[in-house]
Design a protein around this ligand. Structure first.
Ligand SMILES: NC(=O)c1ccc[n+]([C@@H]2O[C@H](COP(=O)([O-])OP(=O)(O)OC[C@H]3O[C@@H](n4cnc5c(N)ncnc54)[C@H](OP(=O)(O)O)[C@@H]3O)[C@@H](O)[C@H]2O)c1
Length: 288
């Protein structure tokens, strides 16, 4: 995600410096004009520091190292993390007098390439206005939802829905196949219907041709469902669908299915339905 976001900023002509723990993965950004740095502290003096890693522990580690060496003008934190983690980060940054925007995203790396990444943002409004042109360069715009950590809750809700929808999509796709129709025919209909969405369309090639090249790992999705269930407990909101989906995902992870895309939930559903899956080898678009 971070690579694709940085690539858009670099291609738009921004003066950017990039750090990634495994530097080799970031090196190709140099050909688009980005400066790929070796040490995190080289980012300490930047005007706006975008952070995109995995979990809150990783965010804490990375931002902690930057703050050890200097003070960026503003931090825009884009990883999917908890409300509590985000609030703790805000306190830490505020102690160092660094402005902070919580700005998680919707879309995978392919969506970013297609220019359709969206941000949900919370924090000081004037900081948002300063960061906004750069958020726009990375995709299809942003939604400002208010002060504090509100953007985190919006993103958690979004990804709980992502988990529930992919599980449902896998269930009905296997049902349609077992009843006798090709997956591409069923999904072709669904995608044109009122139930079709950018998401169902861009997942269709994976479900039809069984290309499970990772876009989002099962463990990262589990993290988000856990964040959703945690928020449900905090706000006393029952979330039965999220709970079942989390357990189904856990079954998949428990069987060692961790390295491919989260849409391998289709394989699990086929297994428990007595359905043998073969790629249909039909060219289907992703709608992006
Ligand atoms: N993929 C999606 O569709 C998607 C969509 C929306 C939001 N998200 C969220 O965006 C975030 C990133 O997701 P992703 O799919 O890009 O994950 P990913 O492919 O697993 O990449 C994780 C990135 O974080 C770095 N990282 C992890 N732990 C680190 C640490 N302790 N110190 C320094 N760097 C660390 C990794 O560096 P290395 O390269 O060295 O491993 C890598 O650059 C997650 O919070 C995810 O939930 C993902």
């Amino acid at each position: 995600m971070g690579y694709a976001m940085a690539e858009r900023l670099a291609k738009a002509g921004c003066d950017i410096a990039v750090w990634n723990r495994t530097k080799a993965k970031a090196d190709p950004l140099a050909k688009h004009g980005a400066k790929v740095v070796t040490h995190l502290d080289e980012l300490a003096g930047t005007d706006i520091l975008f952070c995109m890693v995995s979990t809150y522990d990783d965010v804490k580690e990375v931002i902690g190292k930057v703050l050890g060496k200097g003070r960026p003008g503003m931090v825009v934190e884009c990883s999917s993390i908890s409300l509590e983690g985000s609030a703790e980060l805000r306190r830490l940054l505020s102690k160092h007098q660094v402005q902070y925007l919580a700005a998680p995203v919707s879309g995978n790396a392919k969506v970013i390439k297609a220019g359709k990444l969206t941000f949900v943002v919370s924090g000081p409004k004037e900081a948002y206005e300063r960061a906004r042109p750069y958020l726009d360069m990375m995709g299809g715009g942003s939604s400002y939802v208010g002060e504090g950590e509100l953007a985190r809750i919006a993103k958690i809700c979004h990804n709980v829905m992502l988990g529930v929808v992919i599980q449902s999509l896998c269930e009905v796709t296997i049902l349609a196949q077992k009843a006798g129709m090709p997956r591409h025919a069923f999904l072709g209909f669904l995608n044109k219907s009122v139930m079709g969405s950018m998401f169902t369309r861009y997942k269709t090639p994976a479900l039809v041709n069984l290309d499970f090249h990772v876009t989002f790992t099962p463990k990262l999705l589990r993290k988000d469902l856990d964040l959703g269930l945690g928020a449900g407990r905090e706000f006393e909101v029952p979330m039965p669908l999220a709970s079942i989906t989390r357990d189904l995902l856990q079954q998949m992870i428990g069987q060692g299915m961790t390295e491919e895309d989260f849409s391998t939930l289709l394989l699990m559903q086929a297994g428990v339905s007595g359905v043998r899956l073969e790629p249909e080898n039909v060219p289907v678009g992703d709608g992006l």
